[in-house]
Write a protein that binds this ligand. Structure first.
Ligand code: NAI
Length: 334
């Protein structure tokens, strides 16, 4: 009898409940045993409990140290603070890890992409320190610290060293933000000195966007502060078929939250058409984290078979199948 993993589950908003439902069903079909502690967060939680993040949800993550999370809607230009940013800060999930890799069988404009995005997840403009200086003038503070920058650079180099990655580029705008991005770069350079086998480079963010679209193969691992990492992740998602395909992990010393790069996709919510692959690949990362490598590999093989056969794919990748039918196809392969 294998171990039962107790995992906090946040279905989220929009397409969140549809994709998490599909992924939970698939995970359970792998034979790994899970006990789910399920919580609402965001607007749906506020309606029920009067809190955007219920206290029990914090306690559950503290206890289990691992969560699987669907996307949560964040109001634009007002309203409550981002649930994602709040959870990342609360649990110091300082490393946002996003692998960008083509799935076999799925044709995209850029075949054979294999990139790793490592995004600092707690600082930069996402500290949310904004105020009105005088009417008509807003200040938004970008906070970069030596501790935070060194910590994420070490994460990136350690990851690269352990997984045979050959190059790291630190992405910045230190020509303009000389102090904040300058510090981020200095920390990356210092850490790089301890890893002579890994080629270290620096590119300015705007040039990086052009270079990525021209030739993504020139990069291996990208190390970015928070905002650049957020934007570049969506850009890179397009290389491998779009947001329906890119997984993510928010990693810290005390807890880890696994979630897709995409948001709650209100334009397609409730229609059974969302692609659960991004969350499923996040669940594969979670299985590795839980020391369930055999199940992770089994799941990847099943997923790759579904993509190679091309019979039951969702619309975003050229198929006609719904979310549920796609999940059923993966389960059948398992
Ligand atoms: P989005 O990622 O939700 O959607 C962008 C586009 O990609 C839409 O056309 C959508 O239909 C498509 N898409 C996204 N996921 C898909 C999937 N699994 N299958 C097929 N198509 C998919 O970004 P948007 O519209 O900017 O944000 C919507 C909401 O999500 C906002 O409230 C935002 O704050 C929130 N958000 C939450 C995140 C999280 O909880 N981690 C991350 C990003 C955004």
């Amino acid at each position: 009898m294998g171990k039962t993993h107790t995992v906090t589950l946040i279905p989220g908003d929009g397409i969140g409940p549809e994709v998490t439902d599909a992924v939970v069903r698939i995970l359970e079909a792998t034979g790994v045993k899970f006990a789910w502690e399920k919580f609402a967060a965001g607007a749906s939680a506020f309606e029920k409990h009067g809190e955007y993040i219920p206290k029990d949800l914090y306690a559950s993550i503290e206890r289990n140290r691992v969560a699987l999370k669907g996307p949560v809607t964040t109001p634009v230009g007002g309203g409550f603070a981002s649930i994602n940013v709040t959870l990342r800060k609360k649990f110091e999930l300082y490393a946002n890890f996003r692998p960008i890799k083509n799935l076999p069988g799925l044709e995209t404009r850029y075949p054979g992409v294999d990139l790793i995005i490592i995004r600092e997840n707690t600082e930069g403009l996402y500290v949310g320190l904004e105020h009105e200086v005088v009417p008509g003038v807003i200040e938004s503070l970008k906070v970069i610290t030596e501790k935070g920058s060194t910590r994420i650079a070490k994460f990136a180099f350690e990851y690269a060293a352990k997984h045979g990655r050959r190059k790291i580029h630190a992405i910045h705008k230190a020509n303009i933000m000389k102090m904040s991005d300058g510090l981020f770069l200095r920390c990356a350079r210092d850490v790089a000195k301890g890893y002579p086998d890994i080629v270290y480079g620096e590119h300015i963010i705007d040039n990086t966007c052009m270079q990525l679209v021209m030739n993504p193969y020139q990069y291996d691992t990208l190390l970015l502060e928070n905002l650049y990492g957020d934007i570049v992740s969506d850009l890179c998602a397009a290389f491998v078929g779009g947001l329906g395909l890119v997984p993510g992990a928010n990693l810290g010393a005390e807890a880890s939250i696994f979630e897709a790069v995409h948001g709650s996709a209100p334009d397609i919510a409730g229609k059974d058409i969302a692609n659960p692959t991004a969350l499923l690949l996040s669940a594969v990362l979670m299985l590795h984290h839980l020391d369930e490598a055999a199940a992770a590999e089994k799941l990847m093989t099943a997923l790759e078979k579904v993509y190679t056969e091309k019979k039951t794919l969702t619309r975003d990748v050229g198929g006609t199948a719904g979310t549920k039918a796609f999940a059923d196809a993966v389960i059948e392969k398992l």
